[in-house]
Unconditional design. Structure first.
Length: 491
């Protein structure tokens, strides 16, 4: 039996959906001019930028969404399974800052930081996918979207959770993925990436987000709605009310998406949070935020849709007991809820800062959660009596062949980040020191798997051409390959 967590009963889920369908019709959803013609052609009334979506149409379009799909690795193998109760994890995305490993102070992230994080995540089996985890502050802002994706594609073979910060950059990102995948049709057939798309709470699909939904649908590249109701500020203060708003935002986004391309893959996802009335902060580590994530996912699962959530994040600014308490708690809850993709590992400071050391600590929490959802299995013909027949009341179970055969299946063995060793007269390194050692160990064993020479040359040429207008000064120090200089300098 797979252990599961559920916090909403079916009558409450039905009430949430009933009201969500009411909301998208009255008061309706604010939409961009980009999609007004598309919506009107389907019979949806749009007045003064507000779409009034009828429930029967919304329900028909929800039925068109694929109930499952895969993301593929660089070799074209399925690596992430969206759908059902399959659970995967990826690092958090789009941080502006990194927690410096030596000073333990936050500073703006640069390309070298992202490369280190990607290399570490590549070595950790707990992460089925990479993410465009950090904004590279050492490159021009206008090329930041595609540049960080380029680094991930260069150093990783895993699928990627990514996103565009502007409508104009989306097509550049898709071009980059097509080069790495062997063309647009190959990318459509075996998508390497999924794109987060965020509505603006409450009930607003901006020009940028609307265009992303339409263009991703038509390109056949999976989209992941990341609805962000903020309970008490940009959403109702009650958890049930915020989950209802989340459902309305997801349904309305799916309507736009499916009208653009029926049957295109899309995920019911989110990053909801409560609004802390004492501090004015948005605590991602609060238990109520985790409850929102689980509740939102349950509504999506009730509809049979693939799911996503933003969890595993800590709110404090350093790696301490609070950060890991918050992260470990939400890791377990997300896994028990069967959320398909759980983002956020490595993040601190209300999602503003990344830490590679925290990433490897979070990986241990993820491994424990993965063991938990495997559940308890009867692996022997009798549960205990046959083994007692061999040992009697002496109880020396270490000698049994069953112990030798099964202990690795029954027990998860953590890395040295988790201290289970003997006491060393007070000299045992703390968890931060152990995490630093783990990071260096993973980096020392990382080996980049090359793309084909043709693909590498094409990626470099693309980067140089796209970066020229923005003043990119070259790729030395980021893309290490024998082909890096063959494309010639930027003129």
């Amino acid at each position: 039996m797979r252990p599961k967590l559920q916090i909403l009963d079916k009558p409450l889920i039905q009430r949430i959906l009933d009201e969500a369908f009411q909301l998208i019709e009255d008061p309706g959803v604010r939409v961009a001019t980009y999609v007004e013609t598309l919506l009107r052609a389907a019979g949806i009334t749009v007045k003064e930028g507000v779409a009034h979506i009828p429930e029967p149409l919304a329900r028909r379009l929800l039925e068109l969404v694929p109930r499952e799909f895969y993301l593929y690795d660089r070799s074209g193998n399925p690596a992430v399974h969206y759908g059902g109760d399959h659970v995967h994890f990826d690092p958090g995305s789009s941080c502006l800052n990194i927690l410096d490993a030596q000073t333990q102070e936050s500073r703006p992230a640069v390309s070298a930081d992202l490369i280190r994080l990607v290399q570490v995540a590549e070595k950790l089996s707990q992460f089925a996918a990479q993410s465009t985890a950090m904004v590279c502050n050492d490159v021009p802002q206008e090329i930041g979207d595609w540049y960080r994706l380029l680094l991930v594609l260069w150093y990783s073979e895993k699928p990627v959770v990514t996103g565009a910060f502007s409508a104009s950059s989306l097509h550049t990102l898709i071009d980059l993925l097509a080069i790495a995948s062997g063309g647009r049709e190959a990318l459509r057939q075996r998508p390497r990436a999924i794109f987060d798309v965020c509505p603006s709470p409450p009930l607003n699909w901006s020009e940028f987000a609307s265009q992303n939904l339409v263009d991703l649908a038509r390109a056949g590249i999976p989209a992941e709605i990341v609805s962000m109701p903020l309970a008490g500020a940009t959403a109702p203060v009650t958890l049930a009310g915020s989950i209802t708003q989340h459902a309305a935002e997801c349904i309305s986004g799916i309507v736009i998406h499916q009208l653009a391309q029926p049957g295109a893959p899309i995920v019911w996802g989110g990053a909801p949070a409560i609004f802390d009335m004492r501090t004015g902060k948005t605590p991602m580590g609060a238990i109520e935020t985790a409850m929102l994530d689980v509740g939102c996912a349950e509504v999506g699962k009730h509809l049979g849709l693939p799911t996503h959530a933003y969890m595993i994040a800590g709110d404090c600014r350093v790696i301490d007991a609070q950060a890991e308490m918050e992260s470990g708690m939400s890791t377990v809850l997300g896994a028990l809820a069967g959320i398909n993709m759980i983002s956020g590992a490595g993040m601190l400071d209300f999602l503003a800062c990344h830490s590679i050391e925290k990433l490897v600590i979070d990986a241990e929490a993820i491994a424990s959660a993965q063991r938990l959802v495997e559940g308890v299995e009867a692996r022997t013909k009798t549960l205990a009596t046959a083994m007692f027949a061999q040992t009697g009341l002496g109880g020396d179970f270490l000698k049994l062949k069953e112990t030798r055969a099964l202990f690795r299946k029954e027990q998860h063995f953590p890395s040295a980040v988790i201290d289970r060793g003997p006491a060393m007269n007070g000299t045992n390194p703390d968890i931060l020191a152990r995490a630093r050692e783990r990071v260096e160990e993973l980096l020392s064993t990382y080996e980049r798997h090359l793309l084909s020479p043709e693909c590498e040359k094409e990626l470099i040429t693309f980067a140089l051409q796209e970066g020229k207008a923005a003043g990119l000064q070259g790729l030395e120090g980021t893309l290490h390959a024998e082909y890096a200089h063959e494309a010639g300098p930027i003129q």
